[in-house]
Structure formats: structure tokens, C-alpha cells
Design a protein around this ligand. Structure first.
Ligand code: FAD
Length: 540
């Protein structure tokens, strides 16, 4: 596709246009429709994205029912300090002040009409400082035993509210005039035509970051390609961020991303040779988040395995080869029962593994696949994992001594999480990171308006979710469970409300057929040369 010479065949009008039918986009759509705006959502795939379970909030109704209070100031200070204050602290307070409103809205308008509700996860503070967290998570559920998915329900609600939802319609380019953003060019994949959508109030970018775009990762976050062997968000190719940069927006100067630690790697594979795109939990080892013995590719322990998801992957990135091995023994079903885990890693609700038997079943499938290996001696295990035999024998022996002493002198793991490797068969696998999303995005103000290089809003342009920035830096703060989804949903809702309140950009929204013909020609001529939003930014 040539970058800019679009032959526009149709012109549509709307007041608020939302790009991306995901966590931020659908919340923006309902918020704008609630305020009476004419709303259109364009989505490049043929379905909405998964609405996440595990939603953070401060002072939600579910938390009130459970008697949970969270000190907002402690939480915001934690988030800012975690980022070494490389964040817009005011924006974090804005999230903390509005998160409950967004979470409650989901519960009241989407879950309750279908007999579901939110259950607050109360016991995040129970364990040691290595694994302690804020009890922020709210889980959608019907029976308080399993998660309930609510994507279909929110899609129904969007339709009921009169929102136009157009699938297979990727954003190609924003159209900017003297009064800010006036519309977009989209590619209607069904007809293979380029259309213009004129927008009178605002365009909200909610395309979810850029973790699927290796060129953008190389440019903005090259270490992500070394730490991660899977990308679990294959839809997010950076289109929203790139389109805004092309009309003068600014973005975070430093990268941020959210990683899970469950990526199984075939023995002998180098991290630079593997970046698998998947939305199906492919080769995803749930057990991988448990605090079992973890060693670097030299067979040596390198971290307290008790730390949350992303931190162990970060620690491994300071070791040769970026990957690490996990070593455990035949009693692991028993150990899994004794570990207190957070969020989806937990055995039992709110985790996805209902029992330790389920976790073992999940693990055994990868033995059959050859991604988890079994052996009757540590020597044999080391050989199968391509780890130095003597080093691994020393490490396992040391681990077993620490268990007997009930004290981790080397890395301070809590005694109840220290587990022996002494019952045959022994297990092992090689693990690497799975990027869930990028979190550095376009700079926005508290109205979610996208900023230009003078830190002034670009009129009629908004961003939310992982297209918006200022909120994260470096790693994801795993100790605030549900923050990524809540950041997207809360800011989506705020963007939808703010865009609806914008003054109309042009009185010519109701264009006559003759004017539309004229417009088609103008669009083709006026778009400046550049790459389109799906291939990359035109700035170097
Ligand atoms: C496996 C997994 C588990 C997770 N679990 C949790 C959790 O429990 N709690 C939590 O807080 N977070 C979780 N996250 C992170 C969370 O899902 C994201 O932070 C959140 O979805 C971001 O919302 P978003 O609206 O920015 O993007 P998305 O929800 O990804 O939505 C973006 C949408 O934009 C569409 N799009 C992209 N490009 C275009 C284009 N050019 N034109 C039109 N549409 C486009 C995409 O197809 C997609 O539908 C998880 C992520 C993954 C992958």
C-alpha cells in the first residue's frame, strides 16, 4: 500500500470516533454514548478484544462490601517510587480517584444484569515483603469460585446504546486541520476500500500499544525483544501511537512493558531467535510463576524466586543468555498447595488452576511436548537442559541444605516457599518472558487529550489504555494487581466523557452529497506523504 495516496470512496460522519474495541475503547464508547454522543468504534479485527478479568480499583463497592480499605496516598507513592518518579504523578492520582467509578460502572451495568458481580481479592498483603501487594484486584464472578468473562455482555451494551461498531476496519491515518484532528482514513477490509470518517468532537486512540510490532520494539524498547520469547497481544501493532506522532504528538521517552514469566523455550533456543505471536496461551506454563528453584544458564541461582511475575524475568535479563531454567521434583503438587500466590498464579480462585491436580495436568502436557523434561538424576536433568552438570549439582545440593536449615541465607526466600529437589523424577524446563503489553504511550493530560511538543493538547485527539503514557516506566508494578486493565478502562471512560464535552470541530459535519464528492478529492490531495499507521512512523 502506498503511504498516502488513498482513493477515498466513502465519507462517513460521527461525533466521537474510537479506534480499537478493547478495554479502553469499549469503556470510552459506553461513556460517550451515555452522554448522548453519536459514537463509532472501528476495530481492525473481526471481534472485540478480551475484556480483562482482574480489575484494580481504590475504594470500589466490592472492596467496601469486603471491608477492604486502601490508602490512596501510599498506593500512589508506591507507583511513583516504583517508576523512580519518571511518571506524571497527577495522572496516577487521577486514576486512583476515578478507578472505583469505572470498576463500579462495570459491575452495575455489565455484570449485575447477568447475575454476576465483583469479588474483591482480600489477601494480597498476607505474605512477606518479597511478595506483598496492595489488595486492589476485583474479580468478575458469578459463583465466587471462578472468573466470569463479560466481553459479550459489554458488546451487547454498546449496541443497545446505539454505538456503531465496525469490525475489519483498521485506522490508517489521522486527518489534521487548523482546528486539530478532524477525522481519519480507514481501510474497510471487507470492500478493500479506503474511507474517510469525519469527526466533530474527538478521536480516541485505544489500539493497545505496540508489543506486536518488532520494528517499533527495536526502536523504542529493544531489550523487550531479548527478555521476551512470546508476545501475548498479537493485535497491538502500534497503529494508534504512530498515527498521533505523525500529527505532532509526543510520547514517553522511555519504555515500559508488562511481562509474565511463563514462556516455555525449547532447549537450545536463543532468545534472539524466538518471538512467538499468540493470543492462545501457547506453551504457557502456569507453574512457571511458582517460587520453585530457578537458575541461570550456568546452573546457578540468581534471584529470590519469590518475587512477582515480571521481576524474575528482569533478574534473568542480567544473566548470560537472558533465559533461565526452573528445576523441581515429584512433590510439586504438594508445594503448589502450600504457596500463597497472587492473581492468576494462585491455585484456586482467583487463579485459573482450580486445584493442584489441574496444575499438574497442565504441566504434564508439556512433558509430552518435550518442553518440560524429566530425569532420574540431576546429572541427567542438567544434560537434557544443556546446563553445566557440576554447577547444577552444587546448586541443587545447596538448595536442599537451605531447606533443611529452613533459612535461605543466599536470597532470603521465605521458609515456607523453600522446597527441596530430592524426590525422583526431577523436572526442568527453560523459561523466558511473555510480553503482555507495552505501557509507554502518548503523553496525555487529565482529560486524556494528546499533547504536542509544547505540552499543549492537540484539539479533538485523545488516547487511553496502552496508547496513552505518563503512567508507567520500565517494568509493570506487579504489586498492584489488575492495574493494567484498570488503567485502560478508567482512562477509556474518562476519554469518552471528555471527548463528548468537546465543542464541535466543524459546522460542516452534516455534509451534502455534492460536498462529499469534493471532499474525496481533497482528502487524496491533502494527506501529507508519510507511512501509514500500520507500517511505522514517518519520523526517523
Ligand atoms: C494474556 C494476558 C493477560 C492479561 N491479564 C491482565 C489482568 O489480569 N489484569 C490486568 O490489569 N491486565 C492484564 N493484561 C493486560 C491488559 O489486557 C492490557 O493492559 C489492556 O488490554 C490494555 O487495554 P487497551 O484498550 O489499551 O488495549 P486492548 O485491550 O489490547 O485493545 C486494543 C484494540 O485495538 C485494536 N486495534 C489495534 N490496531 C488497530 C487499528 N489500526 N485500527 C483499529 N483497531 C485496532 C486491537 O485489535 C484491539 O482490539 C493481560 C494481557 C494479556 C495479553
Amino acid at each position: 500500500m502506498s503511504g498516502y495516496n488513498f482513493n477515498v470512496t466513502k465519507i462517513l460522519d460521527t461525533e466521537v470516533l474510537i479506534v480499537g474495541a478493547g478495554n479502553a475503547g469499549l469503556m470510552a464508547a459506553t461513556a460517550a454514548a451515555e452522554k448522548g454522543a453519536k459514537v463509532t468504534v472501528i476495530e481492525k479485527e473481526d471481534s472485540i478484544n478480551l475484556m480483562r478479568v482482574g480489575l484494580a480499583g481504590v475504594g470500589t463497592n466490592a472492596q467496601k462490601r469486603a471491608g477492604i480499605t486502601i490508602n490512596k496516598y501510599d498506593l500512589v507513592e508506591y507507583l511513583a517510587a516504583f517508576a523512580q518518579h519518571n511518571v506524571d504523578e497527577d495522572l496516577i492520582y487521577h486514576w486512583a480517584n476515578h478507578s472505583a467509578e469505572a470498576v463500579n460502572w462495570v459491575e452495575d451495568n455489565i455484570l449485575k444484569p447477568h447475575g454476576a458481580h465483583l469479588r474483591s481479592e482480600p489477601d494480597a498483603m498476607l505474605t512477606s515483603s518479597a511478595y506483598e501487594a496492595f489488595p486492589t484486584e476485583n474479580d468478575p464472578t458469578v459463583d465466587d469460585k471462578t472468573f466470569t468473562f463479560y466481553g459479550e455482555w459489554i458488546q451487547e451494551k454498546v449496541k443497545e446504546m446505539g454505538v456503531t461498531l465496525k469490525f475489519k476496519t483498521p485506522l490508517v491515518q489521522l486527518i489534521k486541520g487548523s482546528d486539530g484532528v478532524q477525522g481519519v482514513i480507514v481501510h474497510d477490509l471487507t470492500s478493500n476500500e479506503y474511507w474517510q470518517i469525519k469527526v466533530s468532537k474527538g478521536v480516541i486512540l485505544a489500539t493497545g500499544g505496540y508489543s506486536a510490532n518488532t520494528e517499533l520494539l527495536k526502536k523504542w524498547n529493544p531489550v523487550a525483544l531479548k527478555k521476551n520469547v512470546y508476545n501475548d497481544s498479537p493485535r497491538n501493532d502500534g497503529a494508534g501511537i504512530v498515527s498521533a506522532l505523525d500529527v505532532g504528538a509526543i510520547k514517553d521517552e522511555e519504555p515500559a512493558h508488562c511481562i509474565f514469566d511463563r514462556g516455555l523455550v525449547p532447549v537450545g533456543t536463543k532468545t534472539e531467535d524466538m518471538y512467538v505471536q499468540t493470543a492462545t496461551y501457547k506453551d504457557w506454563l502456569w507453574l512457571g510463576s511458582h517460587p520453585l528453584l530457578k537458575v541461570n544458564l550456568r546452573g546457578q541461582r540468581f534471584s529470590n524466586e519469590s518475587v512477582p511475575y515480571q521481576f524474575i524475568v528482569n533478574a534473568a535479563s542480567k544473566q548470560p543468555g537472558y533465559l533461565y531454567a526452573m528445576i523441581w521434583d515429584d512433590n510439586y503438587g504438594e508445594y503448589a498447595k502450600q504457596f500463597h500466590m497472587l492473581g492468576c498464579a494462585r491455585v484456586g480462585f482467583p487463579g485459573y488452576m482450580a486445584s493442584s491436580e489441574k496444575l499438574m495436568e497442565d504441566t504434564e502436557q508439556y512433558v509430552k511436548k518435550g518442553l518440560v523434561v524429566k530425569a532420574d538424576s540431576i546429572e541427567e536433568l542438567a544434560k537434557k537442559l544443556h546446563l553445566p552438570v557440576e554447577n547444577l549439582k552444587i546448586t541443587v545440593k545447596r538448595n536442599n541444605h537451605l531447606v533443611v536449615d529452613n533459612f535461605d541465607k543466599d536470597f532470603g526466600k521465605e521458609p515456607y516457599r523453600l522446597t527441596p529437589v530430592d524426590k525422583k523424577p526431577f523436572y526442568g524446563c527453560i523459561l523466558g518472558g511473555r510480553i503482555l503489553c507495552t505501557n509507554d504511550g502518548l503523553r496525555v493530560n487529565k482529560k486524556m487529550q494528546v499533547l504536542n511538543s509544547n505540552y499543549e493538547p492537540i484539539r479533538h485527539l485523545y488516547a487511553a489504555g496502552n496508547d496513552s503514557g505518563g503512567f508507567f516506566f520500565g517494568s509493570y508494578p506487579d504489586r498492584v494487581p489488575g492495574l493494567a486493565a484498570s488503567h485502560a478502562q478508567t482512562f477509556g471512560r474518562l476519554a469518552g466523557q471528555a471527548a463528548t464535552e468537546e465543542l464541535d470541530t466543524a459546522k460542516s459535519v452534516k455534509t451534502s452529497p455534492a460536498e462529499k464528492e469534493n471532499e474525496k478529492t481533497k482528502v487524496t490531495q491533502s494527506l501529507k506523504p508519510g507511512t501509514d499507521a500500520t507500517t511505522g512512523p514517518s519520523e526517523s
